[in-house]
Design a protein around this ligand. Structure first.
Ligand SMILES: *Cc1c(COP(=O)(O)O)cnc(C)c1O
Length: 362
């Protein structure tokens, strides 16, 4: 979801943004009309996320998934496989689909060391993170596991080894100590705006280590030098992100947002914990505030599939949509990102309670 206020503001500025006599979609990305827009988005992001001065903020295309390649190439490529080296390793913690995909991609460029995994229990928890080893060029975690509904509650201690994290599905949902990380990235489309842009937050000393063979479009140092304007950036997405960040600032920033998110999630988890029909498959200490997964209690495959189908269609009839679990894991999932109002969660809880009553009576 995007905040309604943001969509209304964008609609009102569709034909004439900031008195420019044109839509943001029509502006040249290097014009005096657009530059203040990208600068404002960066300023707000720095302010709201409390990004320290020794970090650069980049707006890139290719979504979060392009970072699965850019990270190993830029941070470890020079001593990696394609440089005839293979001297370096990169440590990854495997916490589910998005971490696994990052691992598979990184393997093309660097020797990946899976430092820990929660695969043994179908990714229903966050494993303890062992210390890095000396050859690790960086240490990688996926902070919030969108598909399995788990999240890190403590940032692993990695000493001098840069910690890298995919925060696509939790960026700006609560405060995060950026200074503990070397690099963070997020696709915009979960919490910041429409699809088409990825935000990268990179510490100065990690910029500039890309090997010579790196395609220009994949080099952090070029985007840093060109202030994300090496080629045409996703202008409209950057503009909407600015509006979303303004909305976030005006409602009180991350302190207020985190409080709202915690209370929304608690409402739903309390409902599931009290349910006789559903349960949350995730260990309590690792539950995500953004993605709440739930499954039917002990029922056999065929009966469960029929129940899920009925749940989804009856929910849709009440305007409750996008509740199917990810196609790779099944079950049910409510994504309650920043812009989801409390009333949305209340409506879902009320629906779950009624569905349960009707089903158990039948
Ligand atoms: C959605 C998501 C992605 C994929 O993002 P794209 O922008 O589609 O590449 C990657 N990681 C996480 C944690 C996600 O939630």
């Amino acid at each position: 979801m995007l905040p309604k206020e943001v969509l209304e503001r964008a609609a009102s500025e569709m034909l004439d943004a900031n008195g420019a006599g044109q839509s943001v979609m029509e502006m040249s990305h290097r014009s005096a009309d657009f530059l203040p827009i990208i600068e404002k988005t960066e300023r707000l992001l720095r302010e709201i996320l409390a990004i320290p001065d020794n970090y650069r903020v980049l707006f890139l295309q290719g979504g979060a998934m392009l970072q699965f390649a850019m990270v190993p190439i830029n941070l470890a490529g020079a001593a990696g496989k394609l440089s005839g080296g293979g001297r370096k390793t990169a440590a990854y913690v495997d916490t589910g689909v998005w971490a696994s995909k990052a691992i598979d991609e990184a393997k093309k460029y660097v020797n990946v060391r899976v430092a820990a995994s929660s695969k043994d229990k179908n990714y229903s928890y966050i494993p303890a993170a062992p210390a890095p080893e000396t050859d690790d060029a960086y240490y990688y975690i996926c902070y919030n596991n969108t598909i399995f509904g788990t999240t890190w509650k403590n940032i692993p201690e990695t000493g001098k080894t840069p910690l890298v994290s995919d925060i696509s599905s939790c960026i700006a949902s609560e405060a995060l100590d950026i200074s503990r990380f070397g690099l963070l990235f997020a696709g915009a489309q979960k919490n910041l705006g429409p699809a088409g842009c990825a935000v990268v937050i990179i510490r100065d000393d990690l910029v500039g280590a890309a090997p010579e063979w790196t395609p220009s479009m994949l080099r952090y140092d070029i985007y840093v030098k060109e202030k994300s304007l090496f080629n045409t950036p996703p202008c409209y997405c950057i503009y909407i992100m600015g509006l979303v960040l303004e909305w976030l600032r005006d409602l009180g920033g991350l302190t207020v947002m985190a409080e709202r998110n915690r209370s929304k999630a608690a409402l739903l988890y309390d409902c599931l914990d009290a349910s006789r029909l559903f349960h949350s498959p995730v260990e309590k200490s690792c539950r995500s505030l953004m993605n709440v997964t739930f499954v039917f209690n002990e029922v056999d495959g065929e009966k469960r599939a029929a129940l899920e189908k009925r749940f989804l269609s009856e929910a849709a009839a009440e305007g409750l949509v996008n509740l199917a679990g990810h196609r790779l894991v099944g079950g049910l999932r409510a994504s309650i990102y920043n812009a989801m109002p409390r009333e949305g969660v209340e409506a879902l809880v009320s629906f779950i309670e009624r569905f349960e009553k009707n089903t158990l009576r039948a």
